[in-house]
Design a protein around this ligand. Structure first.
Ligand SMILES: C[S@@+](CC[C@H](N)C(=O)[O-])C[C@H]1O[C@@H](n2cnc3c(N)ncnc32)[C@H](O)[C@@H]1O
Length: 264
């Protein structure tokens, strides 16, 4: 008997296998009306949920706080070999994902989407992801993410479906899957109920336009390095002041761009 065939038990609104595998977390589920829904169009559906099935993210997925649906681009491919790509018009290296193939997957994903669900193409040309973008996405009903491969996708499908481009950073990866997972992680952790009580998205880097102050824990002294005294003083006012000052120092030194924005 495989893990999938094992008897299931009810957990909350969902029924899950006794020995749940990360991929079972996204197996054909009823669409949950209140759950934030991530849909990912990819040539590598087995890469999901990946890290998103672990720890807090996996628990939130299991609890139905968010849902994940992948669309295997290969299934929309042309002909016997389900071709999804072709050579670039005008010549050049590599292959380009075909507009007609990608469009069929996007149309299918749109059918499953509800309310406000932006469609984003992960791309090095895109708007750099930041915390404000994640906050906006967490206020939507979900997102449709298109992962490119090879040289990317035919421009016309982006125009046709009005797809915005977002980037993980100024570097080039082999595909959009890691960027999609980063975006989903950063967004889902902002959904109500996902972070535990002891973890807060309110007091961390970028929450007020600054990078976070340094953190310490036991032992009080390690390798000749002591925890700053003020943090052990119990004086919450002084601790808050110290943290604010360190936050400002670090932001000024490491990210003058953020600091300038904060001042402006
Ligand atoms: C090899 S890249 C294509 C790069 C493209 N020819 C260019 O120069 O902009 C293949 C796919 O990886 C993804 N990708 C690569 N780097 C990325 C980044 N920094 N952010 C988001 N997605 C990225 C995109 O989906 C892209 O279509």
């Amino acid at each position: 008997m495989t893990a999938r065939e094992k008897p299931s038990r009810a957990i909350g609104r969902k029924s899950i296998s006794a020995s749940l595998q990360p991929s079972d977390l996204m197996a054909e589920q009823p669409q949950l009306a209140a759950a934030w829904q991530a849909q990912v169009i990819t040539l590598l559906p087995d890469a999901f949920p990946g890290i998103l099935g672990e720890s807090l993210m996996g628990k939130a997925l299991k609890d139905g706080l968010w849902q994940l649906r992948t669309h295997d681009l290969r299934m929309y491919g042309e002909g016997k070999h389900r071709n999804v790509d072709d050579t670039p018009a005008g010549g050049g290296a590599g292959m380009v994902l075909r507009a007609d193939v990608v469009s069929k997957a996007v149309t299918q994903a749109k059918r499953h989407a509800r309310g406000s669900t932006p469609i984003l193409y992960l791309s090095p040309r895109g708007k750099p992801m930041d915390q404000a973008m994640m906050r906006e996405l967490s206020a939507c009903d979900g997102v449709i993410l298109l992962c490119g491969r090879f040289e990317g996708v035919d421009e016309r499908v982006l125009q046709h479906h009005d797809i915005a481009e977002v980037s993980l950073g100024d570097f080039v990866m082999t595909g959009g899957e890691l960027a999609a997972q980063a975006l989903i992680d950063a967004t889902v952790r902002l959904l109500p109920g996902v972070l535990g009580n002891d973890q807060s998205a309110v007091e961390e880097s970028f929450s007020d336009g600054l990078l976070e102050h340094p953190q310490y824990t036991k032992p009080a002294e390690w390798e000749g390095r002591a925890i700053p005294e003020v943090l052990l003083s119990g004086n919450h006012g002084k601790i808050a002041e110290w943290r604010q000052a360190r936050s400002e120092e670090i932001t000024k030194a490491r990210r003058p761009d953020l600091w300038a924005k904060k001042q402006g």
